[in-house]
Ligand binder design. Sequence first.
Ligand code: ATP
Length: 316
Amino acid sequence: MSISTNSELPPGTMISGRTRGQQYMIQRVLGTGTNGTVYLVSALANGNLYALKMGAYNRTLQAEIKLLFSLHKHWKETGKNQVNRYLYDADDYEEDGLIIPFYVMKYVKGQTLSNFLRSKGSEHIGKAGLGVLEILRDLHEADWVFGDLKAEHVIITDEGQVELIDYGGASQAGRSLHQFTEWYDRKFWKAGSRTGDYAYDLFAFAVMCIKLFNEPGLQKVIVTQLPQIRSSADLVTLVDQTPRLKRYAPWLKRALRGEFDSTGEAYHAWKAVSGSGVLNRYGDNGDPVTRRLKNALIWSIIILGITLLIALFFTK
Ligand SMILES: Nc1ncnc2c1ncn2[C@@H]1O[C@H](COP(=O)(O)OP(=O)(O)OP(=O)(O)O)[C@@H](O)[C@H]1O
């Protein structure tokens, strides 16, 4: 029997996979989405932290697991470095005679893109955006589409790395997208179909930028514009009305009009316009080793200065 589980499991609950035998201890709830609840868990096998998603409805979570398996298989076959990026385990466990499916993925610790920009400054959209486009480029080159791109699914980790979460909306190129968010959806803006292609994600990326910097404007268009005449031209107008997007306006318009030939091209165009590299692995402050060396150098100079002053004082 398979089921739906609606109540959250308390910290300390042990989850034992029936088929693969892995065991996880629940630490806390990370969040709840349409298809289930995501828990922070520690794996008994290695003590590492993971995010474990448990299905609210068996069928939808199974579809998500199937999709992730296929993406995982693809990464493994192509030797892409994302192989460990996401899926760690998938299984089900039994509780009170009920079979509950789950899958375990990389725990992405950090802040959402909106919070990151709020705390670091809006100009960081250049580097963060490039990080997102780099992931999209890899996915698209592998013939996959992310599908449900939005700022909430972009996490900037504590180390300054860009990660996407919720691959549940991913789909092979050419297939119909099954999970999307209205505002970001190309079809909602009558700018194309819901069949997955690279341009679908680039369109969503552009809407994400508009929403990040002009959410009231976007909301106004959605509320006041009649659905029959709503179009991507409304989004183009919004780009022009958003001063903080000025630098990116030509790029965003191309993405909204589906004018990029590939995500590789879009990536290079963004890189040129933002004048930035990807957020490096250790954020803006450089890697920890460089940071420590810099600090050591500064302290050495200070100590040397103080020593010289003392020496000067006593030689007088
Ligand atoms: N790999 C992860 N690492 C850390 N936190 C995660 C991870 N995956 C999901 N979360 C957290 O759990 C929440 C729920 O995720 P989930 O993917 O189920 O749904 P969602 O993306 O929020 O919503 P929906 O699926 O309805 O669009 C997320 O908002 C996020 O805060």
